[in-house]
Design a protein around this ligand. Structure first.
Ligand code: 13P
Length: 250
C-alpha cells in the first residue's frame, strides 16, 4: 500500500509573515502527520523561514520550480543547491503554469528533473492535458509525450507524478474521480512498461480544484495516492481537512 502524499502548492501567494502564520495554525490542526506525507511549497522568499518552523516536524518543504544548473550567470534563477540549502527536500517541476506562461518545454522539464535528482531533491512532476486536447481525445497521447520526454534518461526513484488536467486548475471544475483514475491508471501502466516493479511503489497525485469536499471521493480511487492542492491549501483549516481525509483513507 502506498502512503498518501498531500502537497500544498501556494503558487505566488503569501509573504513571509503569512507563511509563518499559516504554519503555526496548521501545526495546531494537524498534530501528528505520521500516516500521511505532507509537503508545503511556499514561494522562494519564504522557504528559509518556513524551514525554521518545519524542521522539527515531519512536514517536508518544497519549492515550486528550480533551474537546471547548480550555479553561474543565470540572472534571476534559483539552483537546486540553493533549494537544499534553504531546507527543501522536494521541488515541483513542470507545472502547467510554468509551461503556459514561461514556455517551459518537456526538454527543459527533463533537465530540471535531472538537476534536482542529482542534488538529492525529490520531484513532483506535473503533467496534464488542456481542455481542447481532452475534447479531441488526445489525453493519453499528451500524457505519453510528456512522460516520455520529461523522463528521458531518468531513473524513477524520488519522482512523484501529479496528474493535473489544465482545465481543472483553479476553475472549480474537478475531474470526476473516474476521469482522474483513468488517467492515473494510464500513467501507472506507462511507468510499469518503462520501470517495471517501481510503478507499484510510485505515488500519483491528482491536482485541479481539490477541496475538503471532493478529496474523499478522489482518494477512494485505487490509483489516486494523494493530491497537489492549490487554492484550498491557502487556508490552514481547509488544508488540514484535506490531510485528515487522506489519513482516513489508510
Ligand atoms: P487549484 O487547486 O487551485 O485548482 O490548483 C491546482 C494546482 O495547480 C496545484 O498545483
Amino acid at each position: 500500500m502506498r502512503k498518501p502524499l498531500v502537497a500544498a502548492n501556494w503558487k505566488m501567494n503569501k509573504a513571509i509573515k503569512e507563511t509563518l502564520d499559516f504554519i503555526h495554525s496548521f501545526l495546531q490542526l494537524v498534530e501528528d502527520s505520521g500516516d500521511v506525507d505532507i509537503v508545503i511549497a511556499p514561494p522562494f522568499t519564504s522557504l528559509a523561514d518556513a524551514f525554521r518552523l518545519l524542521r522539527a516536524t515531519n512536514i517536508k518543504l518544497s519549492a515550486q520550480d528550480v533551474f537546471y544548473e547548480d550555479k553561474g550567470a543565470f540572472t534571476g534563477e534559483i539552483s537546486p543547491v540553493m533549494l537544499t540549502d534553504a531546507g527543501c527536500s522536494f521541488v515541483i517541476i513542470g507545472h502547467s503554469e510554468r509551461r503556459q506562461y514561461f514556455l517551459e518545454t518537456d526538454e527543459i522539464v527533463n533537465r530540471k528533473i535531472d538537476a534536482a535528482r542529482r542534488n538529492g531533491l525529490e520531484v513532483i512532476l506535473c503533467i496534464g492535458e488542456s481542455l481542447m486536447e481532452r475534447e479531441d481525445n488526445k489525453t493519453f497521447e499528451v500524457l505519453d509525450r510528456q512522460l516520455r520526454d520529461s523522463l528521458k534518461d531518468t531513473a524513477i526513484d524520488g519522482i512523484t507524478i501529479a496528474y493535473e488536467p489544465i482545465w481543472a486548475i483553479g476553475t472549480g471544475k474537478t475531474a470526476t474521480p473516474e476521469q482522474a483514475n483513468e488517467a492515473h491508471t494510464f500513467i501507472r501502466g506507462w511507468v510499469k512498461r518503462k520501470y517495471e516493479e517501481s510503478a507499484d511503489k510510485m505515488r500519483i497525485l491528482y491536482g485541479g480544484s481539490v477541496t475538503p469536499d471532493n478529496i474523499e471521493s478522489l482518494l477512494a480511487e485505487p490509483d489516486i495516492d494523494g493530491a497537489l492542492v492549490g487554492g484550498a491549501s491557502l487556508k490552514p483549516e481547509d488544508f488540514a481537512k484535506i490531510v485528515k481525509s487522506a489519513k482516513r483513507r489508510i
